[in-house]
Design a protein around this ligand. Structure first.
Ligand SMILES: Cc1ncc(COP(=O)(O)O)c(C=O)c1O
Length: 360
């Protein structure tokens, strides 16, 4: 039987560990739409305490959590400011427009990092021709920015400026714990600049399902209404909350292993002709590299990798993403580096089969 492929496409691919499955099986549950699930309560209280917020609400996905966050701060005719490559803007079907009648204004960060000076002129004047600027959304770590950390000083400067000017702050912290582990800065300090914080348990933390939004008690009461409206009210959700609690206990500190492996993979890629890290710096668990056109496009390159037993994701016509996670180990990185080197060499000498169906 041939080996299963090494899967570096995403940190969402992890399967629950035996310990996590046992915790899920043992979970005490109730109906969470009635607000009677004790394990969901434990998770929400634990997360709120970790983030220094009054309350939290469990939701099925990071997309829903972000969209509830936007909906809490903005209504029809309002606008939020965000980094141009962020998930809310690029990968959520503009749900803020579809579901809430809200507009987005994008700003290109330097390697996905925003500076407060880029935002100062963007608050629209009170004028009936214009949308109302209401909210700033940040993403930390930044997915399309190759896991880049938006540094704490910039977060705090943007938060201070936003609040002084009457804007709310929402954090897409799908990978906030990667930033926590990489910097040693406590979750509550990262969260302090934001009115609402979304975190995902289903990315690097390895849970099968689940995200949560945290904020003030009043905002979370309202968030429960929006969650129901968006179809996210779940019944015996304690089985999912148990996985998330297990992840918070057991899978946060180990993110450092993913970061070390991403750094090792990045170092190997720097040595391969025809592949260039974009950006060169690797902060956490995501590596993005550019494929020289002489080796074919990114989709063709990924097809060659797949044939050699390595799965990575084309994220633009020229760029490929690799993500380290719980189900990959040191050997996976060693093997991935070997396959990348072999495939790059082969691609330099053999024309690609063709086909350019991009998927990003
Ligand atoms: C930064 C970021 N935010 C939000 C999401 C959405 O999460 P979900 O897939 O659970 O809706 C993702 C998913 O990959 C993400 O990377």
């Amino acid at each position: 039987m041939s080996e299963p492929p090494l899967d570096f496409r995403s940190d969402t691919l992890t399967k629950p560990t035996p310990g996590m499955r046992a915790a899920m099986a043992a979970a005490d549950v109730g109906d969470d739409v009635f607000d009677e699930d004790p394990t969901v309560h434990r998770l929400q209280e634990r997360l709120a305490a970790l983030l220094g917020k009054e309350a939290a609400v469990l939701v099925p996905s990071g997309t829903m959590s972000n969209q509830i966050g936007v909906r809490l701060h903005c209504g029809p005719g309002d606008e939020f400011i965000c980094e141009a490559g962020c998930h809310i803007y690029n990968y959520e079907q503009a749900a803020y427009a579809q579901l809430s009648g809200v507009a987005a204004r994008t700003v290109e960060g330097h390697e996905a990092v925003l500076a407060v000076d880029q935002l100062r002129s963007l608050i629209r004047p009170d004028n009936e021709h214009l949308v109302r600027t209401r909210l700033v959304c940040l993403e930390n770590t930044h997915n399309r920015g190759a896991g880049r950390i938006q540094p704490i000083e910039t977060v705090e400067a943007i938060g201070q400026w936003a609040h002084e000017n009457g804007l709310a702050m929402h954090l897409d912290g799908a990978r906030l714990f990667n930033a926590v582990v990489a910097t040693g800065i406590e979750p509550a300090r990262w969260a302090a600049s934001f009115d609402t914080v979304s975190v995902c348990f289903s990315k690097g933390l390895g849970a099968p399902v689940g995200s949560a939004l945290a904020g003030s008690r009043e905002a979370m009461k309202q968030a429960r209404r929006h969650r129901k409206l968006f179809g996210g009210g779940m019944r015996q959700a304690g089985v999912l909350a148990a996985a998330a609690l297990y992840a918070l206990e057991n899978h946060v500190a180990r993110l450092a292993e993913d970061h070390a492996r991403a750094a090792r993979l990045g170092a190997a890629i720097r040595d391969i002709d025809g592949l260039t890290l974009r950006p060169d710096q690797i902060d956490t668990n995501i590596v993005i590299f550019e494929v020289d056109p002489a080796l074919g496009n990114a989709t063709e390159f990924c097809a060659r990798l797949k044939a050699a037993g390595l799965l990575m994701l084309a994220v633009s016509p020229t760029r490929v993403r690799a993500v380290t996670h719980l189900d990959l180990d040191d050997n996976s990185v060693t093997r991935a580096a070997e396959i990348l080197a072999q495939v790059a060499q082969q691609a330099a000498t053999t024309p690609a089969a063709g086909g350019a169906s991009y998927g990003w």
